[in-house]
Ligand binder design. Sequence first.
Ligand code: GDP
Ligand code: IMO
Ligand code: MG
Length: 424
Amino acid sequence: MSNTCVIGLQWGDEGKGKIIDVLASDYDIIARYQGGGNAGHTLVINNEKFIFHLIPSGILHPGKICIIGNGVVIDPGLFLEEIAGLLKRDTGELGNLFISDRAHIVFPYHKELDLLIEKQKGDSMIGTTGRGIGPCYTDKIARSGIRVAELYHKEYFKEKLKKNVEEKNMLFNNVYDAGSVSWEKIYDEYCDYAEKLRPYVRDTVELMANAARENKRILFEGAQGVLLDVDFGTYPFATSSNAGVAGVLSGLGVPPSQVHKVFGVMKAYSTRVGSGPYPTEIDGELSEHIRTRGGEYGATTGRSRRCGWFDVVAVRHSVKINGVDSAVITKLDVLDDQETLKICTGYRSGNRVYDNFPADLNVLTDCEPIYDEVPGWMEDTSEVRNAEDLPRDAIQYIQTIERYLGLKIEMVSVGPERSQFIRI
Ligand code: GDP
Ligand code: IMO
Ligand code: MG
């Protein structure tokens, strides 16, 4: 029996959704533990594309239980939209989808505040997804947030909402020179959501405890990536949750003994959306070429993703913190037409060489990456399904990364389709 946590080892969008979908058939439960509508997890099945923001990426496997844990911040409108989208596409029953009664709720004022804060930051903006994530987690930590269970106590909910809206309106009016929002409108809207959410709401802590007792196999689905983690990422150019394995415990209420394996997902190169330091970023034509070949446009906001070379220093940091057991390299096919490839093995800053990921943003911003340049394979890998059929130089590339990271790569993804992967 082995419960597996799937996490992104870079700046998100590594292909976690696809990998969760591929692995899901071997598990009973697929559970999200952090993040919210900022996530965009893409699945492609027989040319049909699905993008999930809140719903776990195991949902297309009939009979699997999908759980959205207490650590996720839930935008009920977005959640219901996702459900409506699935029902319209006739993908099967959603009777096994549950959300935690302890999860915090994203309100319209969180989204508005997200945008206002960004606007005020000007050039130093984070480039958030605008989904209200930071402000919702801020309220959670400040102990003024509203949780799913509270929606069902109308008078209590009304009073708490009124107070929160009053406080936010003071900020909007006095700090951001913006108009007020009306609590009445939000109250009506959210009372309606509460009824629509009711069939999905559970004490998911109990569900997880029962699952452990019954030896059910659990797949924990990370969102974002470790380099966006609020503690270990490129803070403050980060998200507001723990995207690594640490988030599982607080975001689902399971004990550490329930996480048996940590499986990392990393692209064969790297991407990042939004601002922040990015030592291996590529400029100009090559960046555009990779962006086009890799379809590197945000699944949530449609923004162009910045593209760069594979960064061993950054990924090793993610591997170390999370005790990653093994990994998958995704999007190998995107590099099929590169004559040579660069792998960053260190950063040079002044007289110093870093082979550990520095906390200091000034170092990260100004450092020069040290590259190992390796030959490309110049062959189509998208149809390859067996490791022995991979081009020799592609195997070399994978093994070089394995060696630098000291990590076993057990799977390679060579296209967006569910079937496009190789076990090695
Ligand atoms: P996630 O947030 O980690 O789930 O990743 P996203 O879904 O945001 O971004 C990954 C993108 O790459 C999606 O468009 C996927 O369909 C696509 N994708 C996933 N794996 C592969 C792969 O191996 N090759 C190619 N070409 N595309 C892939
Ligand atoms: P998935 O799960 C890539 C980035 C945003 C921004 C920063 C903070 O699809 O990998 P936020 O809205 O969270 O306050 O934004 O984090 N970001 C992501 N980048 N993939 C994601 O999720 C992301 N979720 C947030 O672009 O730079
Ligand atoms: Mg994504």
